[in-house]
Design a protein around this ligand. Structure first.
Ligand code: XMP
Length: 511
């Protein structure tokens, strides 16, 4: 498989670069800029991309590369800091912008010389996303200018013979028009990629690797019904069938029909599926608790206990499987902290359960690739494209203390909300949407009588990364239908409000 290499200089968009490369059907990995030249040679990339970063190349403690990298005969694309670094090393001059006019931030009209392979087939002008304080005062010998903006004459440089390209802007960001095409051009026109990264191939390879590693051993997977653990389960089931046991812990705070849906989806595979009905024990532990953090902790701890009990029942399990995905690995520093993050993925698994090894077959995939793999494996679309659902489930969507009655009320209201959103075709536009049962009660009138019931809040957001989010502009008529149905069909709710707060200052969940 051909591979591109992304050298990470600490930029904020590094994951996006990797995603773009993968979207172009070229496999890539993100490695720290300190990667040794021996390791680079061994990795044997068809092309190298230097990311942006917060440093200034002319400062002593700034991240640098071994200049040997420019003698490997491998094409290089430098982005922002990466572009300046390349210019700096190859005899150009990078300085702090003297005045604000040469310092660029935001959307910038940029003019491209489309005779260069990297800009082939693009319009001659377009918007690019800039974010740089330093600029190239002098471009290195052997390079030509390939793009400029009104404020900056040296926006892109190219040395076609060596396959070296540098851009001051960020092609990986959506705001840069044709940015993905530029990355595509670098990979295909410059690095001569053939595009052999497909999910079908990945599936075959991953299945083979799991079989080789596990041999005739037993594997345990905590299956939550979320996308990552579901795809992980499907992949392992395909690879090792009945040597796999998936444990689905139903803590009684799942969405309507969730347990049945998960069970049904996995029924067709020849693996062991254990559904633990733990509603009573979770609700007992949670009884009377209103503090959001305590609720989360109680659920995390109880989950561990249930999982331990199930692991003991199965016995002699060598491998623990986890649905860790690539962003978890990158975010925690390229490969070093995957295990720590895996704890979060599965709701806090015990450190002290004795497994021979941890298997993480999705460790190299981005979320959208995980979804593609799920489809490749034949998982139903409702599981593959589902929105995120937090481990503590409805517990953090019931404000105040939790009872079974409240959980049932919320489950039904939440189902109606999701059902109406889907019927209106709004599910494609929303990244997450759910109902929250507040602990506010208010006076209402129904028929001829007075009511004193709970207020339901509806929450729907759009977001790219869930770190920031905007509240979704759901059409009023859809909100109206939801309101009418909830009031008519759900006992105990007499008022409905719509949450119009973005994140920040709010969070997506209410607790
Ligand atoms: P917040 O509320 O922090 O949520 O804005 C951001 C995203 O994370 C999800 N979330 C969780 N997911 N376990 C999870 O697996 C959790 O404890 C948890 N808390 C929040 C939330 O649903 C949203 O998608």
């Amino acid at each position: 498989m051909e591979k591109a290499l992304i050298l990470d200089f600490g930029g904020q968009y590094n994951q996006l670069i990797a995603r773009r490369v993968r979207e172009c059907n070229v496999y890539c990995e993100v490695h720290p800029y300190t990667m040794s030249m021996d390791a680079v040679r061994e990795y044997a990339p068809i092309g190298i991309i230097f990311t942006g970063g917060p440093g200034s190349v002319y400062l002593e403690d700034s991240p640098q590369v071994d200049p040997e990298i420019f003698r490997l005969g491998i094409p290089v694309l430098g982005i922002c800091y990466g572009c300046q670094l390349m210019a700096h090393h190859l005899g150009g001059q990078v300085t702090a912008a003297q005045d604000d006019s040469a310092r660029e931030y935001g959307k910038t009209e940029t003019h491209y010389d489309i005779s260069f392979p990297i800009f082939k087939g693009l319009s001659e002008s377009g918007i690019s996303w800039m974010s740089h304080g330093d600029y190239m005062a002098k471009i290195p010998a052997g390079f030509a200018l390939a793009a400029h903006s009104d404020a900056c004459p040296n926006v892109a440089i190219a040395d076609v013979s060596r396959g070296f390209y540098g851009v001051q802007f960020h092609p990986e960001v959506n705001h840069t028009e044709n940015g993905t095409q530029m990355i595509h051009n670098f990979l295909y026109e410059v690095c001569k990629a053939s595009g052999d990264w497909t999910m079908a191939d990945y599936k075959e390879t991953a299945v083979r690797q799991v079989r080789e590693k596990v041999g005739d051993g037993k594997v345990l997977l905590a299956l939550s019904g979320g996308v990552d653990s579901s795809v992980c389960a499907a992949l392992l089931a395909e690879a090792i069938g009945s040597q796999l046991t998936c444990v689905f812990v139903d803590h009684g705070l799942m969405r309507l029909n969730e347990g049945d849906e998960v069970e049904q989806a996995f029924g067709k595979w020849a693996m062991n599926f254990v559904r633990v009905d733990a509603e009573t024990r979770f609700l007992l532990k949670l009884a009377g608790e209103s503090d959001p953090e305590r609720k989360r902790k109680i659920i995390g701890e109880e989950f561990i206990r249930v999982f331990e009990e199930e692991a003991k029942k199965i016995g002699a399990v060598d491998f623990l499987a986890q649905g860790t995905i690539y962003p978890d690995v990158i975010e925690s520093g390229a490969g070093t902290a995957a295990v720590i993050k895996s704890h979060h993925n599965v709701g806090g698994l015990p450190d002290y359960v004795d497994f021979k090894e941890i298997i993480e077959p999705l460790k190299l995939l981005f979320k959208d690739e995980v979804r593609q793999l799920g489809r490749e494996l034949g998982l139903p679309e409702y599981l593959v494209s589902r929105q995120p659902f937090p481990g503590p489930g409805l517990a953090i969507r019931i404000i105040g203390d939790i009872t079974k009655e409240k959980a049932d009320t919320l489950r039904l209201a939440d189902y109606i909300f999701r059902d109406e959103i889907a019927k209106a075709g709004q599910d494609k536009c929303l990244d997450q949407y759910f109902a929250v049962l507040t602990n506010t009660r208010s006076v209402g009138v129904m028929g001829d009588g007075r009511t004193y019931d709970y207020t339901l809040a509806l929450r729907a957001v759009t977001t790219d990364d869930f770190m920031t989010a905007d509240w979704a502009r759901i059409p009023y008529d859809v909100l109206e239908r939801i309101s009418i149905r909830v009031i008519n069909e759900v006992k105990g709710i007499n008022r409905i409000v719509y949450d119009i707060t973005s994140k920040p200052p709010a969070t997506v969940e209410w607790e």
